[in-house]
Design a protein around this ligand. Structure first.
Ligand code: UDP
Ligand code: MG
Length: 327
């Protein structure tokens, strides 16, 4: 069995060497043949230089370096495109995904599972983040078609056919948590205690998390559009009922003093609702705009992989992969 480990790295110079040692030790202990596929996501520090040193010292190391920061989703896509072998494990470079769990993943894979997911606890997270995450997953699971689970991230093992399936999904707006859930296959999950980041700091700010959350909501179906439609219909019926009531009262008791405040409140509230609905529609139009441009997901600046293509057609990538394996 050949295993590839895909590792997206963004400004990870402090920890990369230690990560590499820990992972190679662990893989040696497990006794599997493996490749390490590092993706430098346009780091501004010495990440690329360190990767090149690691690759010179260890022929099992591959790296792909982006021309700028394209985001972790693009980095994972590049990693999966360049990963060879029967199974691929995606893990973070900051040692928050304990390499000791890879053995357990391989065991479950040997038992016939295509996706083995390590689910983290929320120990060490700030209370606010835990609470917002809980609320978010409650909401999102009522809206999207695939099941998203709190604590389940990108730390997982994918079988060859699962990787190929994920690579068939060539959409520009990538929300991996959802894509992995969407492809399905036999999946199993086990839990592990969350590890706090040792070096550097998380690239996630509150604003980024908010945008990521919205992406998750909007990437899978048009239920938010539906919700906007229903809300519109609800408001329209309320307005009609209110109008009928006013007319009724005027007929019975004659014309009363007009309600200036009510009028202003209704006008502003309705304007707000309309803006929100326009925003929802705009989000979808924006997504279409990005998809039709058909831009590559990333651009490669340096690599030691034989042939790096940014976003090949699925069939071409499968062919290339076979060639790579043969070589
Ligand atoms: N990462 C990346 N591109 C980015 C941001 C992050 O490749 O734009 C990598 C980062 O180097 C790390 C992983 O994605 O290996 C997870 O990032 P981080 O630790 O910042 O996120 P968190 O663990 O807080 O979810
Ligand atoms: Mg991290």
């Amino acid at each position: 069995m050949l295993i590839s480990l895909v590792v997206p790295c963004f400004n990870e110079e402090e920890i990369l060497t230690r990560f590499h040692e820990r992972v190679t030790d662990e893989m040696a202990r497990l006794g599997h043949e493996f490749r390490l596929v590092y993706v430098d996501d346009g780091s501004a520090d010495r990440t690329l230089a360190i990767l090149q040193e690691l690759a010179d010292a260890d022929p099992r190391t591959r790296y792909v370096s982006f021309s700028r920061n394209f985001g972790k989703e693009a980095a994972m896509l590049a990693g999966l495109q360049h990963a060879e072998g029967d199974a691929v494990v995606i893990m973070d470079a900051d040692l928050q995904h304990p390499p000791e769990l890879v053995g357990r993943m391989l065991q479950e894979h040997a038992a016939g599972y295509d996706q083995v997911i390590a689910r983290r606890t929320r120990t060490g997270d700030r209370v606010t983040r835990t609470v917002t995450a809980r609320a978010y997953y409650w909401l999102v699971n009522r809206l999207v078609d695939v099941e998203l689970v709190d604590g389940v991230g990108d730390f997982r093992l994918l079988s060859r056919r699962t990787v190929d399936a994920v690579l068939e999904l060539t959409e520009y707006n990538r929300f991996s948590k959802g894509l992995f859930a969407w492809v399905g296959f036999r999946t199993t999950t086990f839990g592990y205690e969350n590890a706090v980041r040792e070096e550097g700091r998380s690239a996630w700010t509150f604003g980024k998390l908010l945008n990521y959350g919205l992406d998750g909501l909007l990437s899978f179906n048009n239920k938010p559009l539906r919700a906007a439609l229903y809300l519109g219909m609800l408001l329209m019926s309320v307005a009609l009922a209110y109008a009928a009531w006013i007319v009724g009262v005027a007929l019975v008791r004659g014309v009363d003093t007009p309600g200036y405040v009510t009028l202003i409140v209704v006008v502003t509230a309705l304007a707000g609702v309309q803006m929100v609905m326009l925003g929802v529609v705009g989000e979808y139009v924006g997504r279409i705009y990005y998809e039709v441009k058909r831009r590559p997901h990333f651009l490669v600046k340096a690599t030691n992989v034989v042939r790096a293509t940014s976003s090949p057609t699925p069939s071409a990538s499968a062919r290339e992969r076979r060639e790579l394996v043969r070589r």
